[in-house]
Design a protein around this ligand. Structure first.
Ligand SMILES: Cc1ncc(COP(=O)(O)O)c(C=O)c1O
Length: 364
């Protein structure tokens, strides 16, 4: 008799058994990468200089997060005990949920939104309550506020949101924090640099506001996995209990100060993307493709029933884009990251070729 039939393997928690595995569609990405909202070019050359100087000896040490947290806090005008560095914002979300969500609690989410909120919530014993945005994909403030209950423990708002690119207003966020004092309001500002508006200045002033930022987008450091969480010291001390002391590696820690210091580089990259977005949106309009107004480095486009073929044909033309059809309220919609103007001109050429092949070239 085979050993496996004699010994049954240990069962995970029921919630874990019910989870689906999440596989981001990475695979071969040797093309124009307009599928993950990354920086499509490079990080600051100052970061590369620092990386090149890291010695073998430095790698023998465990990473020390606190001094770099103090630098990040100073950059944001916060105190060190209000900031925790994390292994990407994904770890920040995961740790925040593990810290606050108990059985019977509710995570309140406007959808469509960033996939990982639901993934991380599904491994806790809390319930996820979703509020679907309308056809305009605008932030569904009234319905979200109406869905707050005494059990609401976290409200997670990506601002700007992905995949829609739309944003919530500062007053709306403040009002949510006021109406749910029993809950943590997580404002995920992963795309802050492209939006330019923030509630970071309210960290510490509101007892339940927590803000996340990533280095994966404008800074171009997605491969290093670096994010941060900022909140009142009284909340952050609970988060630190759950957070691994070593989850941010020493290469990422070494790169953070030069990345923050080189504002000229991020300013240049952001202005390049915003100029490219304007051109790209005009091209979408000329093709009479419906799009949603974006405050981020991507645009959601309505391709309709041919969405899967569109994504395949764009790939064949050397441009990777992301099918968001399975997101709530997003049937037929494809998200396209905005890179530089030069890259987006190639993308426009691929787009026209693809629409032609799909028999849908109109005007333009
Ligand atoms: C809204 C939002 N938050 C967080 C992340 C993940 O950021 P990180 O790479 O820092 O884990 C993404 C990535 O696409 C995102 O869209």
């Amino acid at each position: 008799m085979a050993e496996s039939t004699l010994i049954s393997s240990p069962a995970p928690r029921l919630r874990v058994q019910a989870m689906k595995e999440y596989h981001p569609p990475l695979g071969s990405r040797d093309a124009l990468r307009l599928d993950f909202n990354e920086n499509t070019l490079a990080c600051s050359p100052k970061v590369c200089e620092v990386l090149g100087q890291i010695s073998a000896g430095a790698l023998t040490r465990y990473p020390e997060r606190e001094p770099v947290e103090a630098i990040a806090a100073a950059h944001l005008g916060l105190k060190p005990d209000q900031v925790a560095l994390t292994n990407g914002v994904d770890e920040a979300i995961h740790v925040l949920f593990e810290t606050f969500l108990e059985a019977g609690d509710e995570l309140l989410l406007p959808v469509p939104t960033y996939t990982m909120y639901e993934v991380y919530a599904s491994s806790t014993d809390a319930r996820t309550v979703t509020v679907l945005a309308g056809d305009d994909l605008a932030f569904p403030f009234d319905r979200l506020a109406a869905a707050i209950t005494p059990r609401t423990k976290i409200i997670a708002v990506a601002n700007p949101n992905s995949p829609s690119g739309t944003a919530a207003g500062r007053e709306q966020l403040l009002e949510l924090a006021r109406r749910a004092p029993q809950a943590v309001l997580l404002v995920d500002e992963a795309y802050f640099h492209f939006h330019g508006e923030t509630v970071m200045d309210l960290v510490g002033a509101l007892p339940n506001l927590v803000v996340a930022r990533t280095f994966s987008k404008a800074y171009g450091l997605a491969g290093l996995r670096l994010g941060l969480l900022a909140g009142p010291a009284e909340l952050m001390r609970w988060v630190r209990r759950v957070l691994s002391p070593y989850s941010v590696n020493s290469l990422a820690l070494a790169c953070l100060p030069p990345a923050l210091a080189d504002r000229a580089y991020t300013d240049w990259y952001v202005s390049e993307v915003l100029a490219a977005r304007t051109e790209f949106e005009a091209a979408l309009d000329a093709l009479r493709l419906r799009r949603w107004p974006s405050r981020a480095n991507f645009v959601l486009v309505d391709i309709g029933a041919q969405h899967a073929e569109f994504v395949d044909r764009m790939k064949a033309a050397g441009v990777l884009v992301r099918d968001r059809s399975s997101d709530p309220g997003c049937d037929g919609r494809v998200r396209i990251t905005i890179g530089t103007r030069e890259q987006m001109r190639s993308a426009i050429a691929a787009l026209k070729q693809t629409m032609n092949a799909l028999g849908r070239q109109r005007g333009a």
